[in-house]
Design a protein around this ligand. Sequence first.
Ligand SMILES: NC(=O)C1=CN([C@@H]2O[C@H](COP(=O)(O)OP(=O)(O)OC[C@H]3O[C@@H](n4cnc5c(N)ncnc54)[C@H](OP(=O)(O)O)[C@@H]3O)[C@@H](O)[C@H]2O)C=CC1
Ligand SMILES: O=C(O)[C@@H]1CCC=N1
Length: 264
Amino acid sequence: MKIGFIGCGNMAQAMIKGIIAAKWIQNEDILVSNHTSKKLENVKELYGVRTTMDNCVVAGNSDILVLCVKPKVYSMIIEEIRRVVKPETLIVSIAPGICLHQLETQFERVHKIVRCMPNTPAMVNEGCTAYVMNTHCDQADQQMIEKLLSCFGIASCVDEDLMDAVTGLSGSSPAFVYMFIEALADGAVHEGMPRAMAYQFAAQTVLGSAKMVLASGNHPGVCKDQVCSPAGTTIEGVRTLEANGFRSSVMEAVIAASRKSRGE
Ligand SMILES: NC(=O)C1=CN([C@@H]2O[C@H](COP(=O)(O)OP(=O)(O)OC[C@H]3O[C@@H](n4cnc5c(N)ncnc54)[C@H](OP(=O)(O)O)[C@@H]3O)[C@@H](O)[C@H]2O)C=CC1
Ligand SMILES: O=C(O)[C@@H]1CCC=N1
């Protein structure tokens, strides 16, 4: 089994790292292409994967082919590789806003195609990926894609009309969470805490809070109430966040990212 990646940027490297750590396939059965050489040299040295600057070599020799380039170059890449992709190859798209129908049209021939939305926490095996398959995929393909995506986190099959919401939430919100961590730390620095300690405390607190929600199964509001002592410190902070439109800001960010994914 050979897995190919076209484009060797942030998301490809996160997925490759997860696949290697899971020891699912041999390192040399991962093929990676990029139109420039620097990142290829890095992944070759780090992971012992096979690299090339020829996208068609990867496209023609992969059983699973993951397209890891920016959405604006998707059409160009598909045009470049479509004649060499084997009919049985499972094609995986991770681009926001490009639907299965568009992909099928651009490839012209009948192909098994999976549309995914992963996220960069895949790099630390805590990814969250949603996927939807086209009608040419069967149960074996689903098992294969679940196996691939599970190498670096959780994987859920969703209806295609949810993919833009997924993009706004799990795809994009790691950036929002990093901003939240940065802001938490800035607040503590303002209060005199050394910066390195502030980042560590802020990140660990976000990690622990997320685990609490997942492990307890509680509504997040229940977890929040457990922290807020009557007339205590936390409720002062909660009041300030509400007065500054915290929840509304976060909702608007997810909605804006989802709309952008929809092309609005
Ligand atoms: N980053 C994220 O959190 C997520 C990204 N995605 C999606 O994943 C895809 C990749 O994103 P991301 O990894 O962040 O982007 P990056 O810019 O980090 O990676 C894209 C890679 O594609 C390479 N590339 C550009 N043109 C070509 C070409 N013609 N042939 C071969 N390689 C090429 C770039 O090379 P170079 O840099 O040398 O120009 C770069 O290494 C996008 O569609 C994005 O929307 C999906 C979910 C999350
Ligand atoms: O910002 C982007 O367009 C990509 C898709 C989701 C995360 N990064």
